[in-house]
Design a protein around this ligand. Structure first.
Ligand SMILES: *Cc1c(COP(=O)(O)O)cnc(C)c1O
Length: 423
């Protein structure tokens, strides 16, 4: 469920008229709904219970205003780089609520994380374990560590977002985890806390998650039998969301409830502190990308609608063949005819396409369109390809809105480069 709906003939974000907002800030821009973020966070947090730790996976949306909002709701952060740790801290998330994940953390990043005193570092390789032990010991600290296990259960809506199969680069195998846990328990710089797992993204079939969690439960039992203390289980993120309106109506919050029940069933008797790293689930439906039709390019068998947003602003369709609903900002009346369009951006790549043969009300230059469910992996994956400016991000709350990232200026864009004086 989200808070984007038609009121008096135009699409609104909560009580803010998106056509008026578009007139004011110009297109394209991202617009996020506070109420939707709050709703999803609360639904998830309440379903999992007060003891669960929730670390919002910042790579889904790392705008400081969004992070501040989540921090106020009680969220911690799951980070994957020094930059993300710095963002989390800047947004007011305490170091004691930050997890550091990722397959290729540099020594410098590990040292930074240890120095900040973050809650947990999820180790993904044997080499990283030794590096962290050395860095933490040299610093006279004991860093809380979990080992990220690759349970050989891959899942997710697309090969590019599957992470839990042995074919993927993430985590250590079950048997290596057992060996390393034992070895690490006697290393001076480390405090072995538990295990972590994250098998993929946009997962809507709980069977794969259940299989992975059951393997984690087995591993916890084996480690404890071997005399190790396993206090924490970090269960990652990955829970999927409806990208199509029809699905949203059919499912709603049921998946979260079923997920919470499954977690209790599989891990309830284990006496561990559980943590979660949801990203997409919290922010995906809470954002839209508003774009404007530039013009048409009619062909004998199809018509391209060229819009002013492009793959550099939202890369999911090009990168993952992702589907996004596209809604006209002006509500189509009952007698408005529709026709199939290929909705494309202006970038010089054929993959710069948001939808193929999509039925939309007949629209022309100047019409605004909303690319729905763009709150996760939208702005965070954007680039300036084709020297296009990073687009604004707007946060709405009730009838108010704030520009939480202004449109990048061309000066700022050009200032990133420097010409050497020998040229
Ligand atoms: C990306 C990622 C997440 C979040 O995934 P979602 O599908 O957005 O919930 C959580 N944990 C780790 C380790 C990740 O890499």
């Amino acid at each position: 469920m989200h808070h984007f709906a038609y009121r008096n003939g135009t699409l609104h974000a909560e009580a803010v008229d998106l056509a008026r907002l578009a007139d004011e800030v110009g297109t394209p821009f991202y617009c996020y709904s506070t109420a939707t973020i709050e709703r999803h966070y609360r639904l998830f947090a309440e379903a999992l219970g007060a003891e669960a730790h929730i670390f919002f996976a910042m790579k889904a949306n790392s705008n400081l205003a969004v992070l501040r909002l989540l921090a106020k709701l009680g969220a911690g952060a799951d980070t994957v780089s020094e930059g993300e740790i710095r963002r989390a801290l800047a947004a007011g998330i305490a170091p004691g609520k930050i997890v550091f994940s990722g397959i290729g953390k540099s020594d410098r990043e590990l040292a930074f994380a240890v120095d900040q005193g973050i809650y947990q570092i999820n180790i993904e390789t044997e080499g990283e374990l030794y590096a962290l032990a050395r860095i933490a010991a040299a610093n006279g600290q004991r860093q809380a560590v979990a080992i990220r296990v690759n349970p050989d259960v891959g899942a997710g809506a697309h090969a590019k977002i599957t992470t839990g199969s042995t074919e993927n680069k993430f985590g250590v195998s079950m048997s290596d985890a057992e060996r390393l846990y034992g070895a690490a328990s006697s290393m001076p710089g480390l405090h072995m806390c538990g295990l972590a797992v994250h098998i993929g993204s946009q997962i809507r079939d709980l069977g794969d998650l259940e299989a992975a969690f059951a393997r984690m439960a087995d591993l916890v039992v084996r480690l404890r039998r071997a005399g190790h203390r396993v206090a924490r289980l970090d269960l990652g993120g990955g829970l999927g969301i409806p990208y199509e309106m029809s699905e949203a109506v059919a499912h709603g919050p049921d998946l979260i409830q079923a997920y919470a029940a499954m977690v209790r069933r599989v891990l309830g008797n284990l006496d561990v502190e559980v943590g979660f790293e949801p990203g997409r689930l919290i922010v995906g439906n809470a954002g839209v990308l508003i774009t404007c039709v530039v013009r048409h390019n009619p062909r004998p068998h199809k018509t391209f609608v060229i819009v002013d947003a492009a793959m550099n602003d939202l890369i999911r369709p090009a990168m993952y063949d992702a589907y996004h609903d596209i809604w006209p900002v002006t509500e189509p009346g009952p007698d408005v005819s529709s026709r199939p369009y290929d909705v494309v951006g202006p970038i010089c790549e054929s993959s710069d396409q948001f939808a193929a043969a999509r039925r939309l009300p007949v629209s022309g230059p100047g019409d605004y369109l909303a690319i729905m469910t763009a709150g996760a992996y939208g702005a965070t994956m954007s680039s300036t390809y084709n020297s296009r400016q990073l687009v604004p991000e707007i946060l709405v709350s009730g009838g108010r809105f704030a520009v939480v990232r202004p449109r990048q200026t061309f000066e700022a864009l050009l200032d990133l480069d420097q010409i050497p004086d020998w040229l």
